[in-house]
Write a protein that binds this ligand. Structure first.
Ligand code: 9UX
Length: 71
């Protein structure tokens, strides 16, 4: 069942960041859709399974793209 994950992101301040994060997360397995909010400084993912692996992969993709996940 599709589920929603919201990940707060640090250091995302312009629309280029939004594009970069969207692209990075679009490649993560199990991610069905990516919505980045510049205003909320967070990303909302629709995922096939809200499991540890999917979340870890998504966080790794954000960090690889050069952003920090706010824990
Ligand atoms: Mo904009 Mo984002 O100049 O890392 S691309 S702040």
């Amino acid at each position: 069942m599709a589920e929603t994950i919201v990940i707060p992101i640090k250091g995302m301040t312009c629309s280029h960041c939004v594009g970069a994060i969207q692209k990075a997360l679009g490649k993560v397995a199990g991610v069905e859709s990516v919505t980045v909010s510049l205003k909320e400084k967070s990303v909302t993912l629709i995922v096939t399974n809200n499991d540890e692996t999917t979340r870890a992969n998504a966080e790794a993709a954000i960090e690889d793209a050069g952003y920090e996940v706010r824990k």
